[in-house]
Design a protein around this ligand. Sequence first.
Ligand code: SAM
Length: 212
Amino acid sequence: MRQRNKPWAKDKLAEYPQYVISEPEKYKGKWNEAFNKNQPLHIEIGTGKGRFITGMAKANPDINYIGIELAESVIVTALDRIIEEELPNVKLLNVNANDLQEHFDKGEVDRVYLNFSDPWPKKRHAKRRLTYRSFLEIYENILVDKGEIHFKTDNQGLFESSLMSFSEYGMLLTYVSLDLHNSDYEGNIMTEYEEKFSSKGNRIYRCEVQYR
Ligand code: SAM
């Protein structure tokens, strides 16, 4: 995600505590209190500018969503979308995925979405991939039993290494498409990256995996 320096972003995030949760550890074990309705919780890690999470929140009012994004200068655009749409069922966390267990209890999250995660193609950087074993452990520790990860990317190398990582972790592959936009999958909501790379002719890979 292209990150422009936006020195005002931090202040803007702080101006909207109803959408951007500044001390997420306070909601650990009781995330439903942060929302109007007690309903399933899905999180997206590396939300970027928020096209996906806001589209999902609009399409699925019976699910609560949290977008997690490290970069202030990017998540501030996701905030703009939520303000504009006045969405009650989506919140944002400006935190690192490494720290998710500080913010969520075991079993609090019903599904994890990973969309166009940074590929980190060099072998020596493999541990930074959000589908690396250590991250799968973190997600398992906050998800419900048999919780799911839904993952899409245009990067073939990342997709292959992620399938290996899921398989080595013992996860069940329940859906796979090697060409999402030419498949019969319905209800796809595009991310910013997906729009950009598919318009250049890149194929989109998608899978759903489940913990056992
Ligand atoms: N999902 C968006 C999309 O498809 O348009 C953004 C994709 S962008 C390539 C990856 C995003 O993940 C970046 O905005 C980056 O800041 C975020 N990210 C990377 N590592 C992260 C981490 N450990 N915790 C939270 N966000 C992270």
